[in-house]
Ligand binder design. Structure first.
Ligand code: AMP
Ligand code: TRP
Length: 340
């Protein structure tokens, strides 16, 4: 059934790749919001290892990064009682539904995706998985009758594609899928690189010195990176869309999300500030304080991997229950014979 009972909490689904280390952009643009909305929504969060292997991953690193990401999410406040956190490859319905959705998705829809175009522009050889990435993502979302998909700005197009794929399937086979809404945070949707504030802070640039702040970074390192961040030659501390003010804009944005203050309140906090170094010092302070408890909880969780795996198995059981019901419905609609 496409329509779930109306007395239920809105269902939220989001995913994050276990490739590279989680950075401040992921945290402020996605994770923090997920955690804050735990109380008022029914949440499914997925560590998308199937998506991660669209780019080659060292197998041992992938295994470590998957557990490490789970620990980061729990450490950041994701509660196993309030939310369902699981690993994508643990629930085989994700791969299965992707195949069926492939068969209703015109290839032109995928070739138009800007993330795909960016990726192929920089690579000599591109796997089919890179092209098909958004179909797998559509499957993730549609398996759970998802109402809301909170993501950063960069993923908006993929969620819109998910809606198109769902509508097309529903038109052909009848109403199976809920059409999900994309939810983009008003502030923090795009945290920029500290070394180059015109480029989004990204896992793919994290090897560049001073680009990103990793969530588990030591306070000294955080301070150094923020103090060295690129700003302009002026001294005015205000939000602005001018490209040369992008650095200051980014620092104010980071401050605003962490302090939960709107633009005018943020600017007020810096009216008496002594130039950019004062701004940077203050931003470094609050980032360090925000991340300190997360780092501590992370190391505790990582010291007991079997407990971590047990939590992920619980998440898998819950996810699998829902996903397998949807798979049965989809298979019946498509015309597959139910095995005895
Ligand atoms: P990814 O790093 O691509 O796995 O992204 C995980 C989540 O973080 C997605 O919801 C992204 O949209 C979000 N995200 C990634 N980079 C940023 C950024 N620089 N600013 C804000 N959100 C981001
Ligand atoms: N493609 C998303 C990203 O890179 C991750 C993702 C995979 C996702 N499946 C999802 C996000 C489903 C939201 C819903 O950020």
């Amino acid at each position: 059934m496409a329509i779930r009972k109306t007395n239920k909490l809105p269902r939220v689904f989001s995913g994050i790749q276990p490739s590279g280390s989680v950075h401040l952009g992921n945290y402020l643009g996605a994770i923090k919001g997920w955690i804050e909305r735990q109380e008022t929504k029914e949440n499914f969060f997925c560590i998308v290892d199937l998506h991660a292997i669209t780019n080659w991953q060292d197998p041992e690193s992938l295994r470590h990064q998957t557990r490490s990401l789970a620990a980061v999410l729990f450490a950041a406040g994701l509660s196993p009682l309030k939310s369902t956190l699981f690993v994508q490859s643990h629930v085989s319905a994700h791969s299965e539904i992707a195949w069926i959705l492939n068969c209703v998705t015109p290839i032109g829809w995928l070739e138009r995706m800007t993330q795909y175009k960016d990726k192929i522009a920089n690579e000599e050889s591109v796997s089919t998985g890179i092209l098909d990435y958004p179909v797998l993502m559509a499957g993730d979302i549609l398996l759970y009758d998802t109402d809301e998909v909170p993501v950063g700005e960069d993923q908006k197009q993929h969620v819109e594609l998910t809606r198109d794929i769902a509508r097309r399937f529903n038109n052909i086979y009848g109403e199976s899928f809920v059409i999900p809404e994309v939810v983009i945070p008003k502030v923090g949707a795009r945290i920029m690189g500290l070394n180059d504030p015109l480029v989004k802070m990204s896992k793919s640039h994290e090897h560049i010195r001073g680009h990103a702040i990793a969530l588990l970074e030591e306070p000294k390192e955080i301070e150094r990176n923020i103090m060295r961040s690129v700003t302009d030659s002026g001294s005015e501390i205000r939000f602005s869309d001018e490209p040369e003010k992008a650095g200051v804009n980014n620092l104010l944005g980071i401050y605003g999300v962490i302090m939960k203050k709107n633009r005018s309140l943020v600017e007020k906090d810096f009216v008496d500030s002594s130039g950019y170094s004062g701004l940077k010092r203050r931003v470094a302070e609050i980032v360090i304080e925000e991340l300190r408890p997360i780092r501590k909880a992370y190391y505790e969780l990582m010291s007991d991997v079997s407990e971590l795996d047990r939590l992920l198995a619980k998440g898998r059981d819950k996810a699998e229950q829902i996903a397998s019901l949807k798979m049965q419905d989809v298979k019946t609609r498509v015309g597959f014979v139910k095995p005895h």
